[in-house]
Ligand binder design. Sequence first.
Ligand SMILES: Cc1cc2nc3c(=O)[nH]c(=O)nc-3n(C[C@H](O)[C@H](O)[C@H](O)COP(=O)(O)OP(=O)(O)OC[C@H]3O[C@@H](n4cnc5c(N)ncnc54)[C@H](O)[C@@H]3O)c2cc1C
Length: 312
Amino acid sequence: MLAAHDGLAMAIAGGSDVLPTMKRRQIEPSRLVGLRGLPELAGLCCEADGTLRIGAGETLATICADPEVARSAPALAAAAASVSTPQLRASGTLGGNVLVDTRCNYYDQTYEWRRALGFCFKKDGDWCPVAPGGHRCWSVSSSDTVPVLIALAASGTLAGPAGSRTLPLEDLYQDDGLAPVRKQRDEILTSILIPRADGLRATYWKLRRRESFDFPILGVAAALDVRGGVVTRARIVLGAVASRPIRATAAEDLLTGGPLTEETIEEAANLAAHPARPLDNTDLEHYWRKRMSRVYVRRALQELAGSGTSPS
Ligand SMILES: Cc1cc2nc3c(=O)[nH]c(=O)nc-3n(C[C@H](O)[C@H](O)[C@H](O)COP(=O)(O)OP(=O)(O)OC[C@H]3O[C@@H](n4cnc5c(N)ncnc54)[C@H](O)[C@@H]3O)c2cc1C
């Protein structure tokens, strides 16, 4: 059905992003194709090799409460629990969160507001109010679960008319606010696969104005495997600082192979903040959010080292 309508039909799962954006006329699909009835998108199980397979149609509420997720990927449960409100987590799905649209202060507005300002690249226009001289859309990757899933080296399976493919989740995204996801419009995300933790422990630190509910204006996911006092694996991912989630590879390289001390944590936090380039298009001041990237990476690493606190 998605393939049959010239790219103008759109998949809808919980609808907690699709419906508000339709109301604001940010998207105008010709048809909505409901995914909730598809049994292939349901289910959450641990496979024989320890891989956690989560159907893309499972709700965030299920992920928050599932004992298998709590056991093998507690950081994912925490990230899911930080998404919006209980009502929205009861309808919003993991697949919808992985594919939730990028956001921008100048785009997430009513039709009338956007028309008064002048429509932007993301919909109907030919300029960017955030970077008026530029030629691209800088809307921000705003999913809470994606940084954690990438830190846990998760992959996603997509199914479409041409068959199905599984790819590292990290490869699904590109730094392009207009087309942030490398997915055909007629492809459906069927499941998320999280490899056995094998010693990898993760955490998620989310910055937002209101703790009750708010999209992230910075999300830091860190995962470390520390054996005999030596870091054998490190994965650090920043969300809400660009149009795609950003891996802090320089910080990961610095940590890998060495001890986890206050000094290495500080150095890694400085390196990790480097690729974060928040712009003036989400809540609060962008230069403060840049500074907070360093602070949150440091706190995440300190928590994993056992020398810090947990996120509130
Ligand atoms: C007030 C409010 C607060 C929110 N706060 C947060 C927040 O703090 N953090 C956060 O991350 N999100 C937040 N959200 C966004 C949203 O609720 C979540 O991202 C939710 O997980 C989206 O899931 P859904 O099933 O409702 O997606 P939908 O709205 O149904 O779909 C979202 C997108 O994914 C596509 N899609 C969904 N499932 C599939 C699939 N299986 N295959 C292919 N395409 C698919 C749809 O076509 C659409 O493009 C908020 C939303 C609201 C309204």
